[in-house]
Design a protein around this ligand. Structure first.
Ligand code: XMP
Ligand code: MG
Length: 184
């Protein structure tokens, strides 16, 4: 197996592991305060949000439940189309529950907007979003992301759950790839 520092695959580190973990603690504090005394269900979409889910849930002081969905978004390459199919649905009935969607990155917001509409029909008591990263496109959409980690430039990023061809998800930081990686 290749070593995880991945030699010269990365062009630059955009967000360090320390910055991510500090932000996670900050977000967790806000979430703890906002949901004090309430039962909270965290919902993450596989696979990108797995790292945020693991870190955020452990940074919370309150007891929470975790659930996961897997969806496939029809679209080519690195762009999503907003047409989404559920591959694995939630295990839990969310009606009457306080639900917080935990996301890796909001780009066009198409996937998230579909997810919000879908979950809203199941009548949760409340529905909010926490995303560790947001790209400029997302700021233009109507999606209200209550908890946001970092606004990042409009570049394709990998690490901390995000992949290029299923690789780089297990980097503890976020970075951009060197051009030669794409031409391989
Ligand atoms: P939309 O456009 O629907 O996209 O908001 C959300 C999903 O697209 C993926 N995505 C990325 N994946 N690097 C990645 O590895 C990126 O820079 C990137 N931008 C969007 C991701 O799965 C996200 O949930
Ligand atoms: Mg992906």
């Amino acid at each position: 197996m290749e070593e995880k520092d991945l030699g010269n695959d990365l062009a630059k580190v955009l967000i360090t592991e320390e910055q991510i973990q500090a932000k996670i603690r900050e977000l967790a504090e806000q979430i703890d305060a906002d949901y004090a005394g309430k039962d909270l269900l965290l919902v993450a979409v596989l696979k990108g949000a797995v790292m945020v889910m693991a870190d955020l849930s452990r940074a919370l002081r309150s007891h929470v439940s975790l659930d996961f969905m897997a969806v496939s978004s029809y679209g080519s390459g690195t762009k999503s189309s907003g047409v989404v199919r559920i591959l694995k649905d939630l295990d839990t009935d969310i009606s009457g529950k306080h639900v917080l969607i935990v996301e890796d990155i909001v780009d066009s917001g198409l996937t998230l907007s579909w997810l919000i509409d879908n979950l809203r029909t199941r009548q949760p008591a409340s529905l909010e979003v926490c995303a560790i990263m947001r790209k400029p496109e997302a700021v233009k959409t109507e999606i209200d992301v209550r908890y946001i980690g970092f606004d990042i430039p409009n570049e394709f990023v990998v690490g901390y759950g995000l992949d290029y061809s299923e690789k780089y998800r297990n980097l503890p930081f976020v970075g951009t790839l060197a051009p030669h990686v794409y031409s391989n």
